[in-house]
Design a protein around this ligand. Structure first.
Ligand code: SAH
Length: 250
């Protein structure tokens, strides 16, 4: 049976996934805890991604090499770049770019040397299935979130977007940097710190990859004050519900 790798960016997200797995066993590799078990009848290995491109690439490599996962899904939060990617929306990546990769003039800006590309595409079928699950979950936020969180974060009609996510080793929290990214990568919907690195590793191994991110902030000067509360009360609940919905129907 296919083994599914789940990489969670946040402790709270992983905790929610582990609470849903009935029988997980811990296997420690490379200072990381990999949780091997089942969810909705599927073989699953869940792990905290860790933050930043190198840490996430190492985690992905262990999942692929040691645990032989046949598909890898990443969930986490991201900063919204496109004006319509609002806090509480979910972005399912169709492709990812490392926004801090620049080996120019030897290679075009953003191109990863020796790969002949800047953009790493996600698996279309896997991404489509996750987008469908996300649409289902977001159609009724009240089923997954508390009333206070919905009110405080203005989550009355959250939306699912599909498109480009950009990754780099920087938490983007100034309007100037957000605008610079929007200017140089106009298709980018959201920015985070791991996805494009994991997509690159999955390309190397020929394993399907998908990334689902809840917009937690607008990557600008007034990145909302309560990031941790948002992760706890919104993003981790969405991740759990989306993964659960997807695995139940897979
Ligand atoms: N308090 C958190 C820190 C998270 S760092 C903790 O201790 O775990 C930010 C994480 O959210 C990264 O994994 C990154 O991928 C994502 N992220 C959310 N908003 C972002 C932004 N504006 N810029 C870059 N990454 C962002």
């Amino acid at each position: 049976m296919a083994v599914i790798g789940i990489m969670s960016a946040m402790h709270e997200e992983l905790a929610a996934v582990l609470a849903a797995m009935p029988d997980e066993q811990r296997v420690r590799v490379a200072e990381r805890d990999f949780w091997v078990g089942h969810w909705h009848g599927h073989d699953v290995v869940a792990v905290l991604s860790r933050i930043g491109k190198v840490a996430a690439a190492t985690t992905a490599t262990v999942l692929l090499e040691r645990f032989k996962v046949d598909a890898l899904v990443f969930t986490g939060a991201a900063g919204g770049l496109a004006p319509h990617a609002q806090v509480g929306d979910v972005v399912v990546a169709t492709g990812l770019v490392q926004h801090d990769m620049d080996a120019s003039p030897l290679f075009p800006q953003y191109e990863v040397p020796l790969y002949g590309r800047a953009r790493f595409d996600t698996d279309p079928a896997l991404s489509q299935a996750l987008a469908a699950a996300a649409s289902q979950v977001l159609s009724d936020p009240a089923q997954h979130l508390g009333a206070q969180a919905i009110a405080d974060f203005h989550l009355l009609s959250p939306r699912v977007h599909q498109g480009l996510i950009v990754s780099g080793d920087r938490f983007v929290s100034t309007t100037a940097e957000s605008q610079a990214l929007q200017h140089s990568l106009p298709d980018a919907l959201a920015v985070e710190m791991e996805g494009a690195a994991v997509a690159q590793v999955c390309l190397d191994y020929g394993v399907p990859f998908a990334a689902v991110r809840t917009i937690s902030d607008r990557a600008d000067d007034d990145a909302h004050t309560d990031f941790n509360r948002f992760i706890r009360e919104v993003a981790s609940r969405y991740s759990l519900a989306i993964l659960s919905q997807w695995l139940m129907h897979r």
